[in-house]
Design a protein around this ligand. Structure first.
Ligand code: NOJ
Ligand code: CA
Length: 711
C-alpha cells in the first residue's frame, strides 16, 4: 500500500509541482492551486475535508479572426504557463452598507495571488483567490502589457468539477431571461428536461436557451452527504454574464459566457479584471442565505453622498394591468404610433387606461393613509399602443405624458401628502433609444421630484441581435445606474441582467427583477416552492423587486383572469421578510387591502431596512424562516414561508433580555391551503420575552409573519 502511494506521489509531483494551499480564516474551506504538466492553471476546493470542487481547470480561449487584436498572434490563455511569483495575505474589515439585512458586514478572507507567464506569447496574467469561511472567489487579472493590450474572448473555460451527481436546483441557461420556475433534479437530469421543453421555453417575450445542459447562475446544489454548494459570480462589470454548461460524463460545470450579436464574448482592453467566479459552501443551508460573500467581492460604495437613497415601501398602478382589468395604453384608435406626430388629444380614450389622474390620486391617498412612501405609475407616457412585438426602436420618449396624466398636478398632489411618485421607464428593450433619451428623462424626473425609476426590458434587444446578458447590455444597465446616481435617482431594473452584488458599489441600484416575479401568478402561476428557492439563487446577487402582497389570490373572483396566486394570504405576508429587499411593494389593489384591513396592518408595520437578520430555519425549495431587527429600533419581525404544510419552531432567543414585546402573529387558518382555502388566517396577539418558543402551523403553500414591538 505504502509503495503504491509513494509511486503515485512520484507521478503526480511533477504535474502539481507548484501546488499552493490557502485556507479560510476558520480553516474549514481549503483551496489548492497548481499547474498541470502542460502549464494549465488548476484549483481544487474542500470544506471540512469533503471535496467541493475536484481539480478544475482555468483559462480563456481568444478569438482569432478579424475581431482579434491587430498584428497579434492570438494564443489562447489556457496552458503553457509557468509561475513567476505568488503572494498570500489576510484581509479583515467591517463595513456599513447604505441599506441591507444587517447594519455591518464583515469581509474577512485569506488571499492567494498567483502570477503566471506564458512563455510562447510572453504574456503575464494573475489569478487571485479569496477564501472565506463559507466559500471562495477567483478571478483573472490582465495587467497592461505590450503583448496583451486588446483582446477578444471566444470563451472562458472556468471549471467547477463536481464530486458527484448532486441534486441541482436549476433553471435553463438562457441569454435573455431568468423568468423560469426552478427544476430539482440530479445534475444528469438537466438534459431530458431542457430537451423536452424547448418549445415551451419560447413562450417568453425574449428567450434564447443555448444548450441542453446549460443552466444559469446562481446554481444551488446539494450533495448526498449534506453539503450545500452554490456557484455564481460577483462584480460582473464590462463583461458578459456567465452561465454554466455541464459535461455530464465528468460532472464538470464550465463557464459559458453570453455572446454579442456576432458571437464574440467580450472585448477587453488591459488592465482588466474579470468578475469573480464564486463557490459558496456549508453543511448548514442557512449559511447560504446569510453569507455576504457576493457583496464582499464588490468594490466599496462609489457614491459619496448617499443621503438621498432610502429603502421604500410602495404601491402602484400596476396589478390591474398585469391581471388584465386595465391597460397601459390610452386609446384603441391607433393602428400604430409615431412619437411627436401622433396627436393623442384627437384619440378617443379606451376607458380602460390605468394611469388616469383620478386613479393615481386614489393610490396617492392610499399610500399617504398607510405610510407607503411612493406610488409607481405605469402607462403614464405615450407609446404603449405600439409597445409589443414590433422590434421598433422608438416606442417611447420617456417624457411625454398621456392627456389624462397631469404630471405636474399629480406630483404636487403627492408631495402635499408626503408621498412621491415612482417613475416607470419601459424601454421595450430598445436600449439604444433609451440611452438617447436618458438625460432628458432623468431631467424630467428631477424637475417634478421623482427619486426612483423602475426600468423594464421586455422583448428582444435593440441593437438587434444583442442579448439581455451580453457585455454591451451589461454596460448599458451599468451606465443607467451611474447616470441615475448623478441625478440622485434610485433604480429598479426589470428584465435586466441578474445582479452580482454591484449594489454595494452603487447602492442606488435598490432592486432588480431578473427572475420570475409575482406577475407570473397572473400568467398561470408559479410553483409554491418558488419563493423558498429564490433566496438561495436569484437573491445571492442582490435584492429582487418581487412585488408581493396579493390578498385576493383567486383572480377570477374579481376579474376574467383564471390564474390564482400559489400562496396563502399569510404566505404573501411572509415574503416581506423572506424575500429581502429595500424596495417592497404592496402590490394588490387598495380596495382589496381595505377588505382585509387587520391583515394589512402587518404591511403597514413591517420595516424594509434592518440592523440585524437571523436565518432560523432553511432548506432549498422547502422552507425559510428569518427574523430581522428593524433599523434603529428594538422591534423585530419574523417571516416563515413553506412549500408543504409544516410546523415552524421560532425560538425567541434573539430578543433583548429583560424586555417585553407586543407580539402579533399572522398565521394560516386551521384549514388553510394555497389552492383550497388561501384566505383563511388568524391573528394572535400576546406578550412575549426572550427565550419564549412559538410553534406556528404553516399551510401547504403558506407561511406566517410576526411583528414584535418592544414595549
Ligand atoms: C414586465 C415587468 O416585469 C412588469 O412589472 C411591468 O409591468 C411590465 N413589464 C410592463 O413594463
Ligand atoms: Ca418581468
Amino acid at each position: 500500500m505504502k509503495k503504491i502511494s509513494v509511486l503515485l506521489m512520484g507521478l503526480l509531483l511533477p504535474m502539481f509541482a507548484a501546488a499552493q494551499t490557502v485556507k479560510s480564516p476558520d480553516g474549514n474551506v481549503s483551496l489548492t492551486f497548481s499547474l498541470t504538466g502542460n502549464g494549465q492553471p488548476t484549483y481544487e476546493m474542500s470544506y471540512k475535508g469533503k471535496t467541493v470542487c475536484k481539480p478544475s481547470h482555468l483559462g480563456l480561449e481568444l478569438a482569432k479572426d478579424k475581431h482579434a487584436s491587430k498584428g497579434m498572434e492570438e494564443t489562447d490563455l489556457m496552458d503553457g504557463f509557468t509561475e513567476t511569483g505568488s503572494k498570500t495575505s489576510t484581509f479583515d474589515e467591517t463595513w456599513k452598507p447604505v441599506w441591507g439585512e444587517t447594519s455591518t458586514i464583515r469581509n474577512h478572507y485569506n488571499e492567494l495571488e498567483v502570477n503566471l507567464n506564458q512563455a510562447s506569447s510572453n504574456r503575464n496574467i494573475t489569478i487571485r483567490f479569496r477564501v472565506y469561511d463559507y466559500g471562495m472567489g477567483l478571478r483573472y487579472e490582465f495587467p497592461q502589457q505590450e503583448s496583451l493590450n486588446y483582446f477578444v474572448i471566444q470563451e472562458e473555460h472556468t471549471q467547477f468539477a463536481m464530486a458527484g451527481d448532486h441534486t441541482a436546483y436549476w433553471i435553463p441557461g438562457d441569454y435573455d431571461t431568468q423568468e423560469y420556475e426552478y427544476n430539482i433534479t440530479p445534475l444528469t437530469g438537466i438534459r431530458p428536461i431542457i430537451a423536452a421543453n424547448r418549445e415551451k421555453y419560447k413562450s417568453n417575450s425574449s428567450t434564447t436557451v443555448f444548450s441542453d445542459t446549460g443552466v444559469q447562475t446562481s446554481l444551488q446544489l446539494k450533495t448526498k452527504d449534506g453539503l450545500y454548494i452554490n456557484i455564481h459570480e460577483a462584480a460582473c462589470l464590462d463583461y458578459p454574464t456567465m452561465h454554466l454548461n455541464l459535461d455530464e460524463k465528468n460532472l464538470v460545470l464550465e463557464s459559458w459566457l453570453t455572446p454579442d450579436a456576432v458571437g464574440r464574448k467580450g472585448f477587453i482592453q488591459t488592465p482588466f479584471n474579470t468578475p469573480w467566479r464564486t463557490v459558496l459552501v456549508s453543511d448548514d443551508a442557512r449559511d447560504m442565505l446569510s453569507c455576504k460573500l457576493t457583496l464582499n467581492l464588490n468594490e466599496p460604495c462609489k457614491i459619496e453622498d448617499t443621503s438621498w437613497i432610502h429603502p421604500t415601501k410602495y404601491c402602484g398602478v400596476w396589478w390591474n394591468m398585469i391581471v388584465g382589468t386595465k391597460t397601459w395604453s390610452y386609446t384603441n384608435d391607433l393602428p400604430s404610433v409615431r412619437l411627436g406626430v401622433t396627436d393623442y388629444s384627437k384619440c378617443k380614450p379606451n376607458g380602460t387606461h390605468g394611469a388616469t389622474n383620478e386613479e393615481v390620486k386614489c393610490y396617492i391617498d392610499f399610500a399617504a393613509k398607510n405610510g407607503l412612501q411612493e406610488v409607481l405609475v405605469e402607462g403614464w407616457n405615450e407609446g404603449w399602443e405600439d409597445w409589443f412585438g414590433h422590434q421598433k426602436l422608438d416606442v417611447f420618449d420617456f417624457v411625454t405624458p398621456y392627456p389624462d396624466f397631469d404630471i405636474k398636478m399629480l406630483n404636487d398632489y403627492a408631495h402635499s401628502k408626503g408621498v412621491k411618485l415612482m417613475m416607470h421607464h419601459e424601454t421595450s428593450s430598445a436600449a439604444l433609444n433609451y440611452e438617447r433619451h436618458l438625460e432628458n428623462a432623468f431631467n424630467l424626473m428631477n424637475k417634478y421630484g421623482y427619486d426612483a425609476v423602475k426600468t423594464g426590458y421586455v422583448g428582444d434587444i435593440i441593437p438587434r441581435g444583442e442579448y439581455h446578458y451580453s457585455q454591451l447590455m451589461n454596460n448599458h444597465y451599468q451606465r443607467v445606474v451611474e447616470t441615475a446616481a448623478k441625478h440622485h435617482i434610485m433604480v429598479n431594473a426589470h428584465e435586466a441582467t441578474r445582479p452580482t452584488g454591484i449594489c454595494r458599489t452603487w447602492p442606488n441600484l435598490v432592486g432588480n427583477e431578473s427572475a420570475r416575479g409575482t406577475e407570473y401568478e397572473a400568467f398561470g402561476g408559479s410553483v409554491p416552492y418558488h419563493t423558498v428557492m429564490l433566496p438561495f439563487t436569484r437573491l445571492q446577487g442582490g435584492p429582487m423587486d418581487y412585488t408581493p402582497g396579493i390578498f385576493e389570490t383567486k383572480l377570477s373572483e374579481w376579474s376574467n383572469n383564471q390564474s390564482y396566486v400559489h400562496s396563502t394570504l399569510c404566505g404573501q405576508l411572509s415574503l416581506y421578510l423572506v424575500m429581502y429587499s429595500p424596495l417592497q411593494m404592496a402590490a394588490d389593489l387598495p380596495e382589496h387591502y381595505e377588505k382585509y384591513d387587520d391583515a394589512f396592518q402587518f404591511i403597514r408595520d413591517v420595516a424594509c431596512d434592518w440592523d440585524d437578520s437571523k436565518y432560523l430555519e432553511a432548506e432549498p425549495a422547502k422552507y425559510i424562516t428569518v427574523a430581522r431587527k428593524a433599523k434603529g429600533t428594538n422591534n423585530w419581525f419574523v417571516g416563515g414561508k413553506t412549500d408543504a404544510a409544516r410546523t415552524s419552531v421560532v425560538k425567541l432567543d434573539f430578543l433583548d433580555k429583560g424586555k417585553k414585546y407586543d407580539c402579533a402573529i399572522y398565521q394560516d387558518g386551521k384549514n388553510a391551503d394555497y389552492e383550497k382555502n388561501p384566505k383563511s388566517y388568524q391573528i394572535i396577539h400576546k406578550t412575549v420575552k426572550k427565550g419564549d418558543v412559538l410553534k406556528i402551523k404553516e399551510a401547504r403553500g403558506g407561511g406566517f409573519a410576526i411583528s414584535l414591538l418592544a414595549k
